[in-house]
Design a binder for this molecule. Structure first.
Ligand SMILES: Cc1cc2nc3c(=O)[nH]c(=O)nc-3n(C[C@H](O)[C@H](O)[C@H](O)COP(=O)(O)O)c2cc1C
Length: 371
């Protein structure tokens, strides 16, 4: 069985990187993204499609299972927010090997996003430049799509403030978050409050501790019967992160998603000389800063909050590094774009081996051991 998984993944990886990726990478990135969503939706609607995907991409192992914040996860690798913006892939994602998925970000009002072009590849840096600006169908439409459904894996709902001049005022922004939050109180397994979108009108005002405190107070007036996470930027100073941690301590917050895209174009990880001026960077350009943030949050909180580690995860080693720094769960998008969808089961397979080599029986035992 182990041999079969390795052989299968190697074949799929070869097929993706030699055939599909060169074809995809010649086309406009947003068009490819849209085609993937359409194909994923079709596969999810078809029992045969779901069966074939499971054969190609599934992998399970007891040492990958965890219960975190009351939610059972079959494995720690999740789809990060921003790939399935309108929650159209929930039928197929469990069959691609994901242990969970975060849909959205979903805003109070429908939002066209920023003008095109708004997605670019940086092939040398193994990164994407993202300037979507929270394009999505809005909370009412998306909640209607999901209400009453059951999902094969835990589903997180990422909510954000509508990208428009109307929500720049703090109270208007809070009401916008509240609208999305209320729509999803009875849908999905957890909520992530995304306060770190780098591409929104008026910036990311709720990174500021006072405003975040006010936002969480208003949301907290209607308690969610599920865990609430906060997604933060890797570009914050340690002092700003500490202030956010202190705010979280005053509210019912399960943890942090570390991290969103970075705005830094001048790190060593960015190899291209010409990088679009707008947007945030994902992938390898985001990895070290996200790891620094995980390390910082974990060393300040030591298990008090769950950490979801995201940014530049392409391999089992990348995921294991984040786990050792304090992350209990991992998310990714860019690794899948550059390596293909088998990367999820490859990472899970590799994690089992690394846990075994280090004498751990489960992911939870390894969390934070590198800090
Ligand atoms: C195409 C794309 C769209 C994204 N949109 C969102 C979003 O709507 N909300 C959000 O919280 N993060 C968004 N992100 C950030 C990712 O969730 C993640 O934090 C970041 O890309 C780092 O992970 P990665 O290196 O595995 O891609 C987006 C990322 C990409 C690549």
């Amino acid at each position: 069985m182990e041999f079969f998984i390795r052989y299968r993944n190697a074949l799929l990886r070869g097929g993706y990187t030699r055939l599909l990726k060169p074809f995809f990478f010649r086309r406009d990135p947003e068009n490819v993204h849209d085609s993937m969503i359409r194909m994923g939706r079709r596969l999810g609607d078809s029992p045969a499609g779901r069966r074939i995907m499971a054969r190609l991409f599934s992998y399970e192992h007891p040492s990958l299972e965890q219960t975190i914040a009351g939610i059972k996860f079959k494995n720690p690798i999740g789809l990060s927010a921003g790939f399935d913006k309108n929650a159209e892939l929930t039928s197929i994602l469990p069959f691609l090997g994901f242990g969970f998925a975060e849909v959205g970000s979903i805003t109070g009002e429908p939002c066209e996003g920023n003008p095109k072009p708004r997605l670019w590849r940086l092939p040398e840096s193994q990164s994407l430049v993202v300037y979507y600006g929270l394009k999505n169908d809005g909370a009412v439409e998306i909640s209607r799509r999901l209400r009453g459904r059951t999902f094969g894996i835990p589903i997180g709902i990422s909510i954000a403030k509508t990208n428009s001049p109307e929500t720049v005022d703090t109270e208007a922004g809070i009401q916008d978050y509240l609208k999305a939050y209320r729509e999803f109180l009875d849908i999905g397994d957890y909520i992530t409050v995304n306060v770190s979108c780098p591409n929104s009108f008026g910036g990311a005002p709720f990174h500021e501790a006072g405003k975040l405190d006010r936002l969480l107070s208003v949301l907290g007036e209607t308690p969610a019967n599920k865990p609430v996470f906060i997604k933060i930027s890797p570009d914050l100073s340690p002092g700003e992160v500490d202030a956010i941690i202190n705010v979280a301590r005053r509210h019912v917050i399960a943890g942090f998603v570390c991290s969103n895209l970075t705005k830094n174009r001048f790190s060593e990880a960015v190899k291209e000389r010409l990088v679009p001026a707008r947007g945030g960077l994902s992938g390898k350009a985001d990895e070290d800063v996200s790891n620094d943030l995980i390390r910082h949050v974990y060393s300040r909180t030591k298990g008090e909050f769950v950490i979801v580690g995201v940014g530049g995860v392409f391999t089992a080693d990348d995921a294991y590094r984040k786990i050792k720094l304090g992350a209990s769960l991992i998310q990714l998008i860019t690794g899948m774009v550059f390596q293909g969808p088998q990367v999820i089961s490859s990472i899970n397979y590799g994690l089992v081996r690394r846990l075994r080599a280090d004498g751990y029986r489960s992911i939870s035992e390894a969390v934070g051991k590198g800090v």
